[in-house]
Design a protein around this ligand. Structure first.
Ligand code: SF4
Ligand code: MSK
Length: 635
């Protein structure tokens, strides 16, 4: 154990999150291993990191040499470009499938609510229902909410099942962008078809031209951004309410020593919504009091948490790489998870601290972890059970409790609808302050900074340094997912952070009372950024396509296949998108050139890469300036 400890990095090199740092220190004393330790002791495979290997058939696995990429081919003759395009295509397919399956689950729930078969949920936002319906050409005048909802369900189902034509939300895409997609034949037909075709084409011996593979890569990614993800966001807003700004606390200090602490972690809002009902039930509140607790404390983590933080102001305890560390507090009585970004390592850490860990979704079981299945037609049978188990753990807490006393207050819940309203007009109205402020130069451009945290880089540091640099240069930052939580922990989601912005952006922030960093929700809510971009085009004055806007995107600490799908749908929509950590492609290859240059020549966006936050900011600002110049608004 001593030798192992010697090889572990210093905590200040692992994270800038003080709470997580304190828990890493405690875990080391307790002899408990976390993802940070595993990443320090398991070097990333250099061949895999460059995507220079293929295991698509039993003639391999084949390994090529990233340093001399054209020296060898696979047993079947596959070149480095074919191999890495197939690998990249499959990452897109997996990421798109995750978002699409999540969106389909939301749509299933919507259907059963509309049909009256599920009664624990209702349509909370009929205005949004009508807006979404109207945006895809459904007549809403003189129709009841039920009639519009039925029509919307029928239409949105095509997002998944349609085999020819265009997904419904293609109607929201600016005409010039859509025209480019049609010319390139990459308008998604239906998400299931695109994901299936991506998997087929990347099977051994099918598509062996990297450009053609990426054509399907674009179409699959777009079926996520303008399909599965967008449906998930819009239906969640309709069922649970469209976010409006709300003050809320983040960081591990949201746990309460004298209360029963329950964490929800994952991605689907329905589990969390029902958990809110359970913790508010008088009977369970009384049961907690009878056990000696002051109450029931429900908090979120990861993206379920980011969504509920944004929609309801529910406290958020930390992002992806803090999900194991938080159990080291000894204060977590139960953690219930659903799907996506759930580390298997949680199970062992939960065991070490006597925390109840429950899986709840039929798609996600974990070995040695109790499964209490969540059913939307009887949600409380799962959520009440989680609360009861949490109370029993509180009653017999055996482990010392050490909660880092750190909480940060910020404003979250900036749906794109609210951003318009807040800035004094609508994108559709004649007065368009966002565009006006970009044209007059107070706001230089807009950046979406999103995505995960990754134990291979210092947690939160790349996000925070990048965003500080962007706002200092008058770039308004939109955020989702674990990135939003990184900035919230640093206090940048509060209006008081305006002093960190450049003179133009801080003037706008102070006039409106908004933070320079606008948190929009979970990673599936990146679709909100797509809609904001397309509305900016429709208003006018900033070009005719998304590719002409002075905008850029980044996922500085990404780790998941979903991030690759998100990155690709932004690129295919016309956005320059820069990733940090690592990029799963071999440099100096034709495929690398396609992603980093070729797609832009086709009228789409392009990829960028650097692990350095300052260089990342420079790249994004240079791109924004180039777009401003092309629009004739550069100063
Ligand atoms: Fe090797 Fe070709 Fe099989 Fe891939 S598909 S493992 S490159 S033989
Ligand atoms: S949870 S995909 S770590 S943002 Fe959406 Fe966070 Fe990335 Fe998972």
């Amino acid at each position: 154990k001593k030798t192992k400890e010697k090889t572990l990095p210093d905590i200040q090199d692992i994270t800038i999150c003080d709470s997580t740092g304190q828990m890493i220190e405690k875990a080391r004393k307790d002899g408990v291993e976390l993802c940070f330790d595993r990443s320090a002791t398991m070097k990333a495979c250099p061949i895999g990191a460059d995507s220079a290997c293929c295991k698509h058939c039993a003639m391999g696995p084949c390994r090529l040499n990233a340093k001399d990429p054209y020296a060898k081919v696979g047993v079947c003759g596959a070149t480095i470009d074919t191999i890495q395009a197939r690998n990249f295509g499959r990452m897109i397919a997996a990421g798109a499938a995750a978002h699409t399956d999540h969106g389909m689950a939301m749509l299933d729930l919507f259907r059963e609510v509309v049909n009256g078969k599920i009664t624990d949920y209702t349509i909370k936002d009929p205005i949004k229902l009508n807006e979404v319906a109207a945006s895809i050409g459904i007549e809403t005048e003189e129709k009841t909410t039920e009639e519009v909802a039925h029509a919307l369900y029928e239409e949105l189902e095509r997002t998944y099942t349609q085999v020819e034509g265009e997904v419904p939300f293609a109607k929201r895409v600016p005409p010039k962008t859509l025209e480019t997609w049609r010319k390139l034949d990459i308008v998604p037909r239906g998400a299931m078809r695109e994901i299936m075709e991506m998997m087929h084409r990347t099977h051994m011996g099918v598509d062996q031209h990297y450009e053609n593979i990426m054509k399907q890569g674009n179409r699959t990614a777009l079926s996520d951004g303008w399909g599965g993800s967008m449906v998930a966001t819009e239906i969640s807003d309709i069922l649970f309410g469209t976010p409006v700004p709300v003050a809320a606390e983040v960081n591990m200090g949201v746990l309460k020593e004298n209360q029963v602490n329950i964490i929800i972690h994952g991605h689907e809002p329905n589990l969390f919504e029902s958990m809110m009902a359970s913790v508010n039930s008088p009977a369970l509140t009384q049961a907690a009091k009878d056990a000696g607790a002051e109450g029931l404390n429900l908090v979120g983590m990861c993206c379920s948490g980011a969504e509920m933080l944004s929609r309801h102001g529910i406290p958020h305890a930390g992002n992806f790489t803090s999900t194991e560390a938080i159990m080291v507090t000894g204060a977590v009585d139960a953690m219930a998870v659903d799907v996506q970004c759930i580390q298997q390592g949680l199970s062992k850490v939960a065991d070490c601290y006597g925390t109840y860990l429950f899986t709840t979704n039929p798609r996600c079981h974990i070995e040695n972890t109790e499964h209490i299945e969540f059913h939307e037609d009887d949600p409380s049978s799962c959520t009440d059970e989680v609360v009861i188990k949490a109370i029993s753990r509180f009653k017999s807490r055996k482990y010392p409790v050490q909660i880092p006393n750190i909480r940060n207050t910020g404003i979250h819940g900036f749906s794109y609808e609210y951003i318009n309203y807040m800035l004094g007009g609508t994108f559709r109205g004649s007065y368009t302050p966002l565009n006006d402020n970009i044209i007059n130069g107070r706001i230089r451009g807009v950046a979406g900074v999103v995505g995960c945290t990754n134990p291979r880089v210092k947690q939160d540091w790349v996000h925070v340094e990048l965003v500080k640099e962007l706002i200092r240069n008058d770039v308004l930052v939109l955020q989702t997912g674990c990135s939003q939580i990184a900035l919230a922990k640093e206090g940048l989601c509060s209006p008081e952070a305006a002093y960190l912005a450049g003179p133009g952006l801080s003037e706008v922030c102070e006039a409106v009372g908004m933070p320079p960093v606008l948190g929009m929700g979970s990673c599936v809510d990146n679709s909100r950024i797509l809609i904001a971009a397309s509305e900016m085009v429709k208003v006018g004055g900033l070009g005719e396509s998304i590719a002409e806007l002075p905008v850029a995107g980044a996922a500085p600490e990404w780790m998941s296949e979903k991030a690759i799908s998100i990155g690709q749908y932004f690129v295919a929509s016309g956005v320059y998108t820069v990733f940090g950590v690592t990029f799963p492609v071999t440099q100096n290859t034709r495929f690398h050139d396609l992603l980093f240059n070729g797609l832009e020549k086709q009228g789409l966006g392009k990829w960028g890469f650097t692990p350095d936050p300052y260089e990342m900011a420079q790249k994004m600002i240079a791109h924004i300036d180039a777009k401003r110049k092309a629009l004739g608004i550069h100063k």
